[in-house]
Design a protein around this ligand. Structure first.
Ligand code: AGP
Length: 615
């Protein structure tokens, strides 16, 4: 989604802005732009499409670049208006003195636009951001002070924003403002940085101030002043950024997605470290803040998440209900926030999010917090907005995930949910599944080597990917605890290859979707040993009887049944419960190799954003 970068110091601003934007590219965008300021002028350069188009323009403006030591930059993911150069940020006002980049959505932009038009504002784009630029410029006309203009404008704006503005009359500063959209100020020596996300500035500094909602900052090369809602100057709270620059390198892999799939064995080791030491020891989960007594009082668990994180939540339901013996509801955050929900202090709320910045999930978490439920956040970003809302924070520390398609973060979420289920089981002193829990613990410890066995031998998966890459549609089926992986496998495939893939519970096939089956419809079945093995096999027979092409992803198949399948991908053995954490690796690789074979932009698929910070 949109990304912001700002620089003020003695270096060539355009170099730092372009480098910063290139590290935000993974978020998904469709145009880019920069505004470069020196003592005499502000110059704006914008381009639609990829960042390289903007870089080409800047190559022809070397004089301007060389003398500009202050600048703001942006990559835009279109919300209001097409992804054209005109709609790209930065935006400016009639006199071109004020220049602004913005993340978020201004909800009352139409009302504000009408008012500003009455004052003579002329608009050049369809964006809500240009309205904010005119509004701040209008307030500047009254106050002749960029800080005050920003403060006044922010009060009139409804919606979400991270603003970064410069003004020709104040060529020594950048003014920023934040409400419900992330913004950090990177602290340097004789230079400072602004960014919507850490990767943009981690190369330059490891120190930053996280702006809070309703705060406004004035940044010069030697100072940072933060004002609260009442316009009072507040002390700077400098924090250390958790990433290393090396984490955002492909390390020799063709795509970040492939690198991140390969990293999953280490991710599992990291999530387990210090929490699960051996099969005969209890899970240690100090981050979970409820007491034994409070755990025994939990009557219900409500999981809230979106997309891939939602699928992790669906698997969480199986293990939490089975082992912790607590009923679990899982709901997409975007649905949760628009109904009259029921929760109370005996409801345990679990928010799951890779980015910790997904707007719908943040709103849902705030909603359930008002019902006094204890909020657990499972996230890959301990520095995120959601992490700050948590009563219990379970950071999965999968390392920064650059590819838009979530892979290693999903794995980390699954492992966290397994650990949580075991922890609750042990705290509640449920006796029923002693043997199964010991097996699960052992399997979690052995999981990294099973993942390694899959990623180190992908020739069969690559062959099958090539064979099926020309199909336009795909169906994924599974049952029980693997059903959410049918959804996730289909999501991965459609996200990066644009093949129309749908996941179904295998038992539902005959209630409608079977009508679509013929020899042009590949059906991928997840066939794991366990309680529903025979059922899924029968569903595969039904599909084959309609001439569907059948791919089996299985940890066990008898020779007599193997002939049913056109292709088989064999995975390491494991219990029914651990199955999803093994077979998902195959589904991720299959999606990856199909997209790669089709020559798609694997890491930055069209129309998608890494963190969806708007509703
Ligand atoms: C996953 O591949 C997707 N990019 C998407 O569904 C994602 O999982 C969803 O937007 C939720 O994001 P979050 O985990 O950062 O909250």
């Amino acid at each position: 989604m949109c990304g912001i970068i700002g620089y003020i110091g003695d270096k060539t601003a355009s170099d730092i802005l372009i480098s910063g934007l290139s590290h935000l590219e993974y978020r998904g965008y469709d145009s880019s732009g920069v505004a470069l300021m020196n003592n005499e002028e502000v110059n704006v350069f914008k381009a639609s499409g990829k960042l390289i188009n903007l870089i080409e323009i800047l190559k022809t403006k070397q004089n301007i670049c060389a003398k500009s030591k202050i600048g703001i930059g942006h990559i835009r993911w279109a919300t209001h208006g097409l992804p054209t150069t005109q709609n790209a940020h930065p935006h400016t006002c009639n006199c071109k003195n004020l220049t602004l980049v913005h993340n978020g959505i201004i909800e009352n932009y139409q009302e504000l636009k009408k008012e500003l038009e009455k004052q003579g504002a002329v608009f050049a784009s369809q964006t809500d951001t240009e309205v904010a630029a005119h509004l701040i410029a209008y307030e500047y006309g009254k106050t002749k002070n960029l800080l005050n203009a920003m403060q006044n404008a922010a009060k009139k704006i409804k919606g979400a924003f991270a603003f970064c503005a410069i003004h020709k009359e104040e060529p020594d500063r950048i003014v920023v403002a934040k409400r419900n959209a992330p913004l950090i100020i990177g602290v340097g020596q004789g230079e400072n940085f602004i960014a919507s996300d850490i990767p943009a500035i981690i190369e330059y500094t490891k120190k930053a101030i996280y702006l809070s909602d309703y705060q406004i900052g004035v940044i010069t090369k030697d100072s940072i002043e933060i004002y609260d809602e009442k316009n009072t100057l507040i002390p700077n709270k400098i924090e250390y950024l958790p990433f290393e620059a090396v984490a955002i390198s492909k390390m020799g892999y063709k795509h970040f997605m492939l690198k991140e799939i390969h990293e999953q064995s280490d991710v599992v080791r990291n999530v387990l470290a210090g929490k699960l030491l051996s099969a005969d020891k209890k899970v240690v989960l100090d981050e979970f803040k409820l007491t034994k007594k409070e755990i025994k009082n939990i009557k219900r668990i409500q999981i809230i998440a979106c997309g891939t994180s939602y699928h992790a939540g669906l698997i969480g339901k199986y293990v939490l209900e089975k082992f912790a013996k607590i009923p679990v509801d899982v709901e997409a955050s975007s649905e949760y926030i628009y109904r009259d929900t029921i929760a109370d202090k005996n409801t345990l709320a679990i928010g799951i999010s890779q980015s910790g910045e997904t707007a719908d999930t943040i709103t849902a978490i705030k909603q359930i917090k008002q019902d006094n439920s204890h909020v657990v956040i499972i996230t890959n970003r301990a520095d995120s907005t959601m992490a700050r809302l948590a009563d219990s924070l379970l950071p999965v520390s999968a390392g920064i995930e650059v590819s838009v398609a979530a892979t290693k973060s999903y794995m980390a979420q699954l492992i966290s949910l397994y650990l949580l289920a075991i922890y609750l089981y042990e705290q509640k002193e449920v006796e029923q599944y002693k043997k199964e829990i010991a097996t699960l613990k052992q399997e979690l410890l052995e999981l990294p080597s099973k993942i390694e066995a899959i990623v180190e031998n992908t020739s069969n998966i690559q062959r099958i990917a090539k064979k099926y890459s020309s199909y336009k549609d795909f169906i994924f089926i599974a049952r029980g605890i693997n059903y959410p992986n049918a959804l996730e496998g289909a999501l991965k495939l459609k996200e990066i290859s644009y093949i129309n893939a749908t996941g179904y519970s295998a038992g539902e096939l005959k209630h409608g979707p079977i009508a679509m089956l013929d020899n042009n419809m590949p059906v991928l079945a997840i066939l794991n040993t366990g309680s529903v093995y025979d059922k899924v096999l029968s569903n595969c027979e039904e599909a084959k009887a309609r001439q569907a092409k059948l791919i089996g992803v299985t940890n066990y198949i008898e020779e007599k049944d193997a002939s049913l399948f056109d292709d088989i991908i064999t995975i390491p053995l494991g219990s029914e419960t651990i199955g999803p954490a093994i077979n998902i690796v195959v589904l991720q690789l299959l999606a990856y190799y199909i997209a790669e074979y089709l020559g798609k932009d694997v890491d930055q698929p069209r129309n998608l954003a890494k963190s969806v910070t708007v509703e």
